[in-house]
Design a protein around this ligand. Sequence first.
Ligand code: 9MR
Length: 360
Amino acid sequence: MAPMTARFTRRAGLVAGAAFVATASGAHADESTGRGALRDLADARGIRIGAAVASRPLANEPAYRETLAREFSSVTCENVMKPSFVQPAAGTFDFQASDAIVAFATAHGMTVRGHTLVWHQQNPAWLERVAAVGENPADALRDHIFGVVRHYRNDGPAPVPVWDVVNEALTDNGLMRDTLWSRALGPRYLADAFRWAHEADPDSRLFYNDFGAEGMNRKANAVHAMLRDLTRDGVPVHGVGLQMHVGIGAGHTPSVTDLAANIARLRAIGLDVHVTEMDVKLQTGTGGDEARRTDQAQVYADVLGTCLEAGVTSFTLWGFTDAHSWIPGFTGKPDGALPFDTAYEPKPAYHALARVLASD
Ligand code: 9MR
């Protein structure tokens, strides 16, 4: 594949796409296409455009709610569906926070990606202990998966049609990550988790989700091989999430050629491919200067354009406003990795995404 087709060029992706105006409805319609917000453009292409959502700004900031509902057609709970939130004590489930996000999504015609059932982070202390001391850890994991998945199948505000069942089970070298679950249950915990999730809701699409496995590298090879073996063994895994936490500058984003090749080989083994957590670091320690924002827009355009061409059907960002991004909490520095700035104004990255969605 050519490294970049004409429609993802800087010129087509950015200059023409910069002509956006606020409409009466508050949407940022693109003057050059006469089309509306990202979700309208994504609808027209038959894909979902999503964002990770945090509970506090959703409850407290009207601009957060308005932008989310206007621009996105899929939501992922950034934190509150993880085990430490939904099962804080053994056998005691608490869906208040996650239900609030699911209810918001439903009220605004958005779908939900469930995130995440099995991970080595954000587990409650009781579950860590159960896994560590070997007190029926398989039962605990199965009960957790059943408790969460069945809630959304039967009692929650809406069904969750897609689950990230297992998150980040491999290392950068493509080895099984040493986690509470690999130690307690061995590598078979992956197959078990997918089987339990499928039993709990046979209608949900079940995903494996990881970072740094977007291009054709060692980890991506291992993800592909692992999922090929699981599907060959009849394990109900239906898709793979490419997280896409990337950045501007050489080496911080996979090449479009590698990305396309990796998506193609995953689809060739029958898997759906979603982008699940995209953000693009400026690596400035600030909100970034104009040139860096332009480079960032190009990365968003290249990745989205490649994914659309390669058959990705759901494209989720890890947040949407620089006012609420996980990166400052992680690096200790502001960054500006998302398409809306801290005042909810669209950045060049926003226009680039819209432009690619609107292109033929
Ligand atoms: O964005 C999430 C952040 O608020 C949490 O503190 C963090 C805990 O590790 O998890 C972040 O979300 C992660 C996601 O669940 C899985 N992939 C990596 C994401 C960013 O770290």
